[in-house]
Design a protein around this ligand. Structure first.
Ligand SMILES: Nc1ncnc2c1ncn2[C@@H]1O[C@H](COP(=O)(O)OP(=O)(O)OP(=O)(O)O)[C@@H](O)[C@H]1O
Ligand SMILES: [Mg+2]
Length: 366
């Protein structure tokens, strides 16, 4: 179902959240909540309706950047959508490094992007209108903490200030580049949509400590469980970050209250299970398997891998939860290593078959 843009009733239709989510799910597996929040925000944005900013929090390698890139591709793939949205994706620490008034660099990037999209003949007025309604994806936002190891972090403070200046501000001064006349104008940036993402490494432990031995000691109660097989009773702590994470934990992490108050939704990404890893390995277009297939095909060889071998790679990757799905590529690279140099030698009849023996040998050296 597509709806009509109320600001542009005669114009093109706007895709519904469900349609957007289905497109994003081709590249982002699992992470339903994050995909849905993103799809709803995007649908509203494309309809010209107000929508709140989103903060994505999730362990390394769980799909935050993948989700942002999926949105970029989704918008770029459809000329009608690309034509009504200007999107930039930046690394948060770039904001600390830039010169000039806080926030201006972001607006300049949006302006450049709008010009790329609309062409050099577009009027400055049109371009500025696009800038004021753009989408800004800020990745690695956890790298701009206001404090690091108990010390103030000036670069982080500067970057958070830069973002604050442009989030929900009705008059941000912008000195136009030479090609646009060079004068200083005021940009209403209250129509921008911000999606920020970060891994916030250490947050899990910090929150766990808070509810077990720290400020809220005793909040997390252990439960009695019966040991499998033995039948013995033991005490266990069943901790899920989702149940306990509060905005205050992000203050403690070094994000300022003013900054955090600009987000309507804080979305936690799930940690990936072994089953998720199997699906990511088999079904995503950028997976290590997909890339290997392309390489071997370029050498005239078909790569085949048994389900048990896939499972074995996923199990190996799951041993490194800190890397998330990145561990898949790392593990699979170890497997492929000995086949990539001279694939023909291992591919009688043009097929390279990887089964558990091959994978086991590569992973364990056995
Ligand atoms: N949910 C997912 N669906 C599909 N692929 C995923 C998913 N999570 C991770 N991946 C794959 O794992 C790799 C790393 O993912 P990504 O860059 O999105 O991680 P991230 O959450 O941004 O991590 P970091 O916090 O370290 O930047 C990518 O190659 C991506 O293809
Ligand atoms: Mg990332």
């Amino acid at each position: 179902m597509r709806g009509v843009n109320p600001e542009n009733p005669g114009g093109r239709e706007v895709p519904a959240p469900k349609e957007i989510a289905q497109a994003l799910e081709r590249r982002v597996l699992g992470q339903q909540q994050a995909v849905r929040e993103m799809a709803i925000a995007l649908s509203k944005k494309l309809a010209g309706l107000p929508t709140g900013n989103i903060l994505l929090v999730g362990s390394s390698g769980t799909g935050k950047t993948t989700l942002m890139r999926a949105v970029e591709r989704y918008l770029a793939a459809d000329p009608t959508l690309a034509h009504r949205s200007t999107l930039i994706r930046v690394h948060a620490n770039v904001l600390a490094a830039t010169e000039g008034p806080p926030g201006e660099a972001l607006l300049v990037r949006l302006l450049d992007r709008a010009r790329e999209q609309l062409g050099a003949q577009a009027s400055t007025e049109t371009l500025l209108e696009r800038v004021g309604h753009g989408l800004v994806f800020v990745d690695e936002v956890d790298k701009i903490r206001s404090r690091v190891a108990g010390q103030p972090n000036p670069a982080g403070i500067r970057a958070q200030e830069a973002l604050l200046t442009v989030i929900e501000n009705e008059a941000v001064p912008l000195t136009l580049p030479e090609w646009a006349g060079g004068e200083t104008v005021a940009v209403d940036s209250s129509g921008l949509l911000f999606v920020c993402a970060g891994a916030f490494e250490g947050l899990y432990d910090a929150v766990f400590d808070r509810v077990t031995v720290g400020r809220d000691r005793g909040a997390l109660q252990s439960v009695t469980v019966m040991g499998e097989g033995s039948g013995e009773l033991r005490e266990e702590l069943d901790f899920h970050l989702r149940d306990w994470l509060r905005v205050e934990d992000l203050f403690d992490y070094g994000m300022t209250p003013q900054f955090l108050s600009r987000f309507d939704a804080m979305v936690l990404l799930e940690d990936l299970s072994e089953d998720d890893l199997v699906r990511i390995f088999l079904d995503t277009p950028d997976s290590g398997l997909a890339q290997a297939r392309v390489y071997f095909a370029s050498r005239g060889i078909e790569l085949a891998i048994s389900p048990a071998a896939v499972r074995r790679v996923a199990r190996e990757a799951a041993l490194q939860p800190r890397l998330g799905a990145r561990a898949l590529k790392e593990a699979f690279r170890r497997v492929l290593h000995e086949y990539e140099f001279e694939p023909e030698r291992h591919a009688p009849a043009g097929v390279l078959m990887l089964d558990t023996d091959e994978v086991e040998r590569a992973l364990t050296g056995a």
